[in-house]
Design a protein around this ligand. Structure first.
Ligand SMILES: Nc1ncnc2c1ncn2[C@@H]1O[C@H](COP(=O)(O)OP(=O)(O)OP(=O)(O)O)[C@@H](O)[C@H]1O
Ligand SMILES: [Mg+2]
Length: 366
């Protein structure tokens, strides 16, 4: 069902992404693939749907879930996450002849009995040992194993540790192919840092896949198809008003369709629900980022939302609202908002990536 609000896990439910599906299927034959896309464009759905459609063994781990209060990512937690995902898939992996019983039980702390894997979580597991083992099993069974790392930009908080491991895996573990995704595009680029000679991953080849917003026509067709699937008639004016407000972000379109078709809420109520819901999510997502200088960030976002799109007009607005701000500080704040994918810059003009983010700050940021 198109209006299912959880990530899709079947390619037949993935709308308008034929090109990206094929790109990903081909790319999986290479060691490293990166999927970029701002929030709610369907990265997790693309990953899950494509990987489910193949015979290749895989696991997906979400690094966002491991990002802890102390602002770091612990290696042992990444390792245990991988082991837990393997555990969930023991049966399936064995069906795929990915026979790892003997080998995986070589790791101290792991036992396998009758498809059941026990992990002693009081032990420490080194990530490279686990990856090495997965690679070895894949090699011995003449297969490729795919490790998909969702929201991988958070690995940056582990310093160079994770990019070192990634570079080592790229060079040495030929049967382990890695896919990483990220919604904070600048942060993910900082993590990969492929063009920097000092970066561990410097010079490696990677395939990248970019998930854009749907264009107007695709958004319209997405909603039409979703309503048709549920045998619900919705007039074109309503669909167009939703497309105008939600501007091609698949996650928002899905949530609108869900409100309209499943929860049976009227058109303006459904659009309002999306706006309300987005407001909560946006506040949560942006809140952490701007907490150290909240008033200034909010003034910047308000300025851009009100249409002040060049550097000096933003600076004047922020100064009028919050007092003097130096050019350097303004630049730091703008760079951070750009890196985290909240705003974009084109020909020296700033604007929002997501129309609902703009709406959020048009009415004032409090
Ligand atoms: N191409 C698509 N076809 C159908 N539904 C989609 C599509 N893309 C996204 N969705 C729906 O939109 C919502 C967001 O998708 P998903 O969680 O995959 O995006 P994401 O980019 O991983 O988001 P986040 O950045 O929040 O992790 C989900 O409800 C999903 O079902
Ligand atoms: Mg996701």
């Amino acid at each position: 069902m198109l209006f299912d609000i959880t990530p899709k896990n079947d390619v037949k439910d993935l709308f308008g992404r034929e090109k990206e599906i094929n790109l990903l299927k081909n790319s999986i034959k290479e060691p490293l693939t990166v999927i970029y896309g701002i929030r709610r464009t369907g990265k997790t759905s693309l990953l899950k749907s494509v990987l489910n459609s193949l015979e290749t063994p895989y696991i997906i781990i979400d690094i966002r879930e491991l990002f802890n209060e102390s602002g770091s990512i612990r290696e042992n937690e990444v390792s245990i996450k991988i082991l837990n995902e393997l555990k969930k898939n023991v049966k399936l992996l064995q069906k795929l002849k990915f026979l790892f019983n003997d080998m995986i039980s070589r790791i101290n702390g792991i036992e396998i009995n009758n498809f059941k894997m026990n992990i002693d979580t009081s032990r420490r597991y080194k990530l490279n040992n686990i990856l090495e083992l997965i690679n070895e099993i894949a090699f011995k069974t003449s297969s490729i194993f795919i490790l998909a790392v969702d929201e991988a930009q958070y690995l940056k908080y582990g310093g160079r540790r994770y990019s070192n491991i990634l570079a080592w895996a790229y060079d040495s573990l030929k049967n382990l192919h890695i896919i990483i995704t990220g919604s904070e595009i600048g942060m993910l680029d900082d993590f990969i840092d492929i063009e920097n000679p000092e970066s561990p991953l410097f010079g490696r080849m990677l395939n990248d896949i970019k998930l854009d917003h749907f264009d107007r026509e695709t958004s319209y067709n997405f909603l039409k198809k979703g309503f048709r699937e549920l045998k619900i008639r919705v007039n074109d004016n309503d669909i167009n008003s939703a497309v105008n407000t939600l501007d091609g972000i698949p996650g928002w379109l899905t949530y609108y369709g869900y409100n309209r078709a499943i929860r049976k809420i009227d058109n303006s109520g459904s659009i309002n629900n999306v706006i309300e819901y987005s407001r909560k999510l946006i506040d949560l997502e942006i809140g952490k980022l701007i907490s150290n200088s909240r008033d200034r960030y909010i003034a910047i976002l308000e300025a851009i939302a009100s249409g002040l799109n060049n550097w000096s007009s933003i600076k004047s607005y922020v100064a009028a609202k919050t007092g003097y701000i130096s050019g350097t500080i303004l630049n730091n704040h703008l760079t951070k908002l750009l890196k985290y994918g909240f705003i974009k810059k084109s020909e020296d003009k700033y604007s929002f990536e997501d129309p609902l983010l703009k709406l959020r700050f048009m009415s004032g940021g409090k």
